[in-house]
Design a protein around this ligand. Structure first.
Ligand code: ATP
Ligand code: MG
Length: 550
C-alpha cells in the first residue's frame, strides 16, 4: 500500500519555498495535456491538483497544450480538453500552445550547439540503441559527437530547411554516455518530421522532444512548480540540465513528481483508450463505460463527485491502485441528497390483486426523496394489475427472503399490504402472473398498526406504466483467474424495464434514483432514441456498496 498523506507533500514544498522566497512567493502551475486524445480520470487528478494548488496560494494555473507531436494531435481533442476542464469547474488564467515557442526552442537548441553541448547525429535508430548501453553497462560515444560547432550549426539549419529526410539525422544533447541515468546519455532533442502541424502548418519540419521542450515551456511561462507524474522522476536531472545550460531564466521552474492515479477495473492510458475506440469495442470516447471525463459525464458522474474523489485519494509519492469503489462511493454521496426517486421495475413480474375491483384506480402521494423533504412529493397510481421487480418475487424463497412468495405478505411501498395467493404459469413453465390479495385496512398513510411485515417492495401500475430502456453498466475490465485484467464481455445489460409515467418528463441529463436499483441519468445523446422509441437511461452507479472508505 502506498503512503497516502493526509497533508499534501507538494503543498509542504511550496510552503517551504514561500518561506525561503525561492520563487518570490509566487505560485504558477500548469495543466499540460498533449491534444492526442480525450482526457481521463487520471488527468482529472492532475487538473484538480494544479488548479487547486494555484487557488490555495493565490497563484495562477495555465492550460498549456503540449503540442509538439503533430502526427497524433487533432483539434477535436483540443476542444474536448477545454470542455472537460470547464466541466470539472476550473478556469485557466492563460491558454498557451507549446508550438508558439518553436522559434524560441530552435534558438535554445542553437545556443546549446554554440556552447558545444549539442550535436547532429546520423546514427540510425538501431545503431543509437546499441550505442546507448544498458542499465548495467555504459553507452558508447556517437562517432558524430565531436563534429565541429560550425558544422553542427550548418547541419541543424539544413535540417530545419527541410534538406534531409525523416530519420536521417537528429540533434542530440552532449552530456554523458556513461551516466548511470540513461536519460542523460546524449538524449535526442530534435527530430525531423515532414508533417503539417495544426498550429504552425508547414513552418517546421523539425520538432523538439518532450524532455527538451517541457522545461523551456515551463520557464517561458514563469511556471514555479511543474507538477508531473512519477515516470518523470529520472528525467528531472535532464530538465534541470537544459535550464542550467541555457541559464536564460532565473529563478527556474522546479519539477515535482507525484504518483499517477491508477484505478482498478479500467484502463488509464490514452493509447489504450484510443485502441478501444478505434477497434469499436466501445461506441466512442464518451461511451459511458469509458474512464474518460467525457464518458464519466455521460455516465452521469458529477464534477463535484470527481473533485471529492481526487481530494480523498490525496497526493501519493509511490504508485498504487485506487479502488473503483471509492469513486462510486463519492458519486453516491453526492447524489443521495440531490435527486428524486422514481419507481422502475426490471425483469418485471405481473401481480393481479384479485380482490381489488376491476376498473378502479387510486392515487397515492409519495416523497421524492425520503431523506430530503424539500424535494417534494409526487403522485403514483395503483390498480388491480401491477408490475413488481423480478428480484422481488420467488416461487421458492431462499433463506431470509422477505419479499413476495406464495403465502407471504409484503408492503407495497406507498400503497397496501398484499399477500401472494397463487402463481399462474405459462405452458413452458415460466411465470405468467402472480395472484395476490390486498388488505384495505393497510392503506399507506392510514396509520395502520395491526401487524407488521418484514418486506417492503415497490411497484408500477400496469395501467399507466411505460417501458424504458435502462443501460446497466458493469466494469470495463475484470480480472481473469490469473488476476490479469480482461475486457468485460458483459459491460452493459439492458433488462426489460417499466417506469411510472412521470419518467416521460425527464430531460436529457436529468438524474434520478430508480428506487432500490441505483442512480440513473437520462442519456445526454440518445435519450429519445431507445429501441421502439423508449427513453434511454444510463445507470450511473448501483445503490449497494461493499466499499467503505478508510
Ligand atoms: P496517457 O499516458 O494516458 O496518455 P499522458 O501523461 O501521456 O497520459 P498528457 O496529455 O501528457 O497525457 O498528460 C497531461 C498531464 O496529465 C500530465 O501532467 C500528466 O502527468 C498528467 N496525467 C496523465 N495521466 C495521469 C494519471 N493517471 N494520474 C495523474 N496525472 C496524470
Ligand atoms: Mg504524454
Amino acid at each position: 500500500m502506498s503512503e497516502y498523506r493526509s497533508s499534501n507533500f507538494i503543498h509542504d514544498i511550496i510552503d517551504e519555498d514561500n518561506k525561503t522566497g525561492k520563487h518570490g512567493g509566487q505560485v504558477v502551475t500548469r495543466f499540460p495535456p498533449e491534444p492526442n486524445g480525450y482526457l481521463h480520470i487520471g488527468h482529472a487528478k492532475s487538473i484538480c491538483l494544479n488548479f487547486s494548488t494555484a487557488e490555495k496560494y493565490g497563484g495562477k494555473c495555465n492550460l498549456r497544450y503540449d503540442d509538439t507531436n503533430p502526427e497524433k494531435e487533432d483539434m477535436e481533442f483540443v476542444n474536448s480538453i477545454e470542455d472537460d476542464v470547464h466541466w470539472l469547474g476550473f478556469e485557466w488564467d492563460n491558454k498557451f500552445w507549446a508550438s508558439d515557442y518553436f522559434p524560441k526552442m530552435y534558438e535554445a537548441a542553437c545556443e546549446l550547439i554554440k556552447k558545444g553541448k549539442a550535436f547532429v547525429c546520423e546514427l540510425s535508430p538501431e545503431e543509437m540503441r546499441s550505442y546507448r548501453g544498458t542499465l548495467t553497462e555504459p553507452g558508447k560515444n556517437s562517432p558524430y559527437r565531436d563534429r565541429p560547432i560550425e558544422e553542427n550549426l550548418k547541419l541543424f539549419g539544413e535540417m530545419k530547411e527541410g534538406k534531409y529526410p525523416e530519420g536521417s539525422m537528429v540533434l542530440r544533447a552532449k552530456i554523458d554516455m556513461a551516466s548511470p541515468n540513461i536519460n542523460m546519455r546524449d538524449p535526442i532533442i530534435y527530430r525531423i518530421a515532414h508533417v503539417s502541424h495544426h498550429n504552425t502548418g508547414d513552418d517546421w519540419c523539425i520538432y523538439p522532444m518532450y524532455d527538451f521542450a517541457h522545461p523551456i515551456e515551463d520557464a517561458i511561462e514563469g511556471v514555479t512548480h511543474s507538477i508531473c507524474t512519477l515516470e518523470f522522476e529520472d528525467h528531472r536531472p535532464l530538465y534541470e540540465w537544459f535550464l542550467n545550460e541555457l541559464n536564460w531564466w532565473n529563478p527556474q521552474p522546479q519539477q515535482i513528481e507525484f504518483a499517477r492515479l491508477n484505478i482498478t477495473n479500467t484502463v488509464m492510458s490514452k493509447r489504450l483508450l484510443k485502441g478501444l475506440v478505434d477497434d469499436g469495442v466501445v461506441e466512442g470516447w464518451d461511451d459511458p463505460r469509458m474512464p474518460t471525463i467525457a464518458g464519466l459525464r455521460r455516465r452521469g458522474y458529477t464534477p463535484s463527485a470527481i473533485r471529492d474523489f481526487c481530494d480523498r485519494i490525496g497526493v501519493a509519492k509511490s504508485n498504487s491502485e485506487v479502488e473503483m469503489g471509492l469513486l462510486e462511493f463519492c458519486v453516491r454521496e453526492d447524489l443521495q441528497a440531490q435527486v428524486e426517486s422514481r419507481n422502475v421495475v426490471e425483469n418485471p413480474v405481473k401481480v393481479i390483486i384479485t380482490n381489488y375491483p376491476e376498473g378502479k384506480s387510486e392515487e397515492f402521494t409519495i416523497e421524492n426523496n425520503g431523506k430530503v423533504p424539500e424535494l417534494g412529493e409526487r403522485t403514483i397510481t395503483f390498480s388491480r394489475e401491477i408490475w413488481i421487480d423480478g428480484e422481488d418475487f420467488k416461487e421458492i424463497p431462499p433463506k431470509k427472503y422477505f419479499r413476495l412468495f406464495p403465502g407471504n405478505e409484503v408492503r407495497l411501498k406507498g400503497a397496501y399490504f398484499i399477500k401472494c395467493t397463487d402463481v399462474i404459469k405459462n405452458e413452458d413453465g415460466t411465470i405468467k402472473e402472480v395472484h395476490a390479495t390486498y388488505d384495505p385496512e393497510t392503506r399507506s398513510g392510514s396509520g395502520f398498526t395491526g401487524r407488521k411485515v418484514k418486506g417492503t417492495i415497490h411497484f408500477v401500475d400496469a395501467a399507466s406504466c411505460v417501458p424504458i430502456e435502462v443501460r446497466n453498466y458493469g466494469y470495463l475490465m475484470v480480472p481473469d483467474e490469473s488476476g490479469e485484467n480482461q475486457l468485460n464481455e458483459r459491460s452493459v445489460e439492458t433488462p426489460v424495464a417499466y417506469a411510472e409515467p412521470s419518467i416521460l418528463d425527464a430531460k436529457k441529463g436529468e438524474r434520478f434514483q430508480f428506487f432500490r436499483h441505483g442512480y440513473y441519468i437520462a442519456d445526454s445523446e440518445l435519450h429519445e432514441e431507445g429501441k421502439d422509441g423508449r427513453k434511454v437511461f444510463n445507470r450511473i452507479v448501483d445503490l449497494k456498496s461493499s466499499y467503505r472508505p478508510k
